[in-house]
Design a protein around this ligand. Structure first.
Ligand SMILES: [Zn+2]
Ligand SMILES: [Zn+2]
Length: 181
């Protein structure tokens, strides 16, 4: 298939020392699924202002701001292994601007080791891919979906991340497809 020269580019930004093996896996899989060009940007440090020392977590909103300021991609998603929160929620797997440019995913709680189990890289990659599809889906304007298995299902626990599928349901797929025409 031909790609037009003006094809919009999606940036993946590794934040600090996140596992580049995971980042490369995401680039490959996301390119195939969205049929868009994904580019891995050079790693960026997390803004010090995003760190909350009493929670030992990072506030995601200043990080989204940083991603928008430092890059000019059509859509941009940051990947971090630091634990994220927004005020009012103990933690978040990720955050995105609905219909906007920026998204972020944290792999901190997608690791088996977070739950006291032996690390499973394959599982981590699949979970990270689901969360990236989900957050990027939001940037394309998709809201939470209740279709069983759809990757746009809201997930508030690792159990729910594992339970949902790795694909968009027919309705969400149609929504995304219509954007491209
Ligand atoms: Zn969501
Ligand atoms: Zn759906």
């Amino acid at each position: 298939m031909e790609t037009p020269i003006s094809s919009p580019e999606v940036g993946i930004v590794p934040l600090e020392d996140v596992d580049m093996g995971v980042v490369r896996f995401l680039k490959k899989e996301l390119s195939n699924i969205f049929k868009l060009k994904f580019t891995v940007f050079s790693p960026l440090p997390l803004p010090p202002s995003s760190f909350n020392s009493s929670k030992n977590q990072y506030f995601s909103s200043p990080i989204l701001q940083l991603l928008k300021e430092k890059t000019s991609f059509f859509k941009v998603i940051g990947i971090t292994d630091r634990d994220l929160y927004v005020p009012g929620l103990n933690f978040i797997f990720g955050q995105a601007e609905l219909g906007g440019r920026a998204a972020i995913v944290s792999i901190a709680r997608l690791k088996e080791s977070f739950y006291g189990k032996e690390e499973d890289l394959r599982k981590l990659k699949i979970r990270a891919l689901k969360e990236c599809l989900h957050e990027l889906g939001h940037t394309f304007g998709l809201r939470h979906c209740i279709s069983p298995g759809c990757v746009m299902n809201f997930s508030n626990s690792i159990y729910e991340v594992d339970r949902k599928g790795i694909t968009f349901c027919d309705s969400c797929s149609r929504f995304l497809h219509n954007l491209k025409r």
